[in-house]
Design a protein around this ligand. Sequence first.
Ligand SMILES: Nc1ncnc2c1ncn2[C@@H]1O[C@H](COP(=O)(O)OP(=O)(O)OP(=O)(O)O)[C@@H](O)[C@H]1O
Ligand SMILES: [Mg+2]
Length: 251
Amino acid sequence: MARCIGVLNYKGGTAKTTTVVNLGAGLALRGKQVLCVDLDPQGSLATCLGVRYTYSLAHMLLGQVDPRSCVVEARRNLDIIASDSSLLQVEGEMWRAEDGQMARKLLSSKLQGVDGSYDYVILDFSPSASILSESGLLYVQELVVPVATSYLAMVGIRQVIGTLKNVSRTPGHRVCLYLVVPTLYSRRTRQDREVLGILQRHFADRVTEPIRASIKLTESPSHHRTIYEYSPRSSAATDYKRLVERVLRDG
Ligand SMILES: Nc1ncnc2c1ncn2[C@@H]1O[C@H](COP(=O)(O)OP(=O)(O)OP(=O)(O)O)[C@@H](O)[C@H]1O
Ligand SMILES: [Mg+2]
């Protein structure tokens, strides 16, 4: 059975998509079968990987096509389900649905139709607590929370913990905070070191080694490359490989 991991932080720009791409691609390079799913109407996942697609998550959720036709091969062992602004329409319909709980379970039931052949399914959450994010939380078992090491970024994680408590109250569902990943980290900056210390005090061994700030990670999406393709010898590639090994070890 696939490990279903959500990459979530309701604060924007904390490297969620970067982490989905490079964790997913890293696991795929290690021979695992990986499916990454974009839950964000900004639709960055397909752009970052340079993937063209015909059918997106919106088609899947609206029941317009067979869920399997929304799956696109991005790299060897790495498939994606892309999203774009059409997802906003789906969110609107989900809000208007008479049975809100059923609407929230739709994503899980559709994904369960395609996830059987994967070792990992990784969801890229949007930076908002939308109904789709709630649906994603019903599907995943583990959360990876990237936290940019600035003080303001700490706000996001408090919100995530609040959300986790709510989801845990849903009968029959358990989602756990699996890893906190410090991102955009600069060892030379005092504030970054302090935030890392706070994270380690709060979350102990759930906090991974930080992903250092790297211009290569800023550049790689515009070249539609993963960090392993764009700059395999960079500190960023080293940091993400370390995260991949941690996830493999825990699995
Ligand atoms: N370690 C890093 N060093 C430098 N730049 C980074 C790093 N990680 C991510 N970035 C850059 O920071 C920006 C935000 O990253 P990303 O899009 O992954 O965040 P996000 O959390 O998915 O954002 P959103 O909340 O909008 O979905 C991007 O331009 C990305 O290339
Ligand atoms: Mg994103």
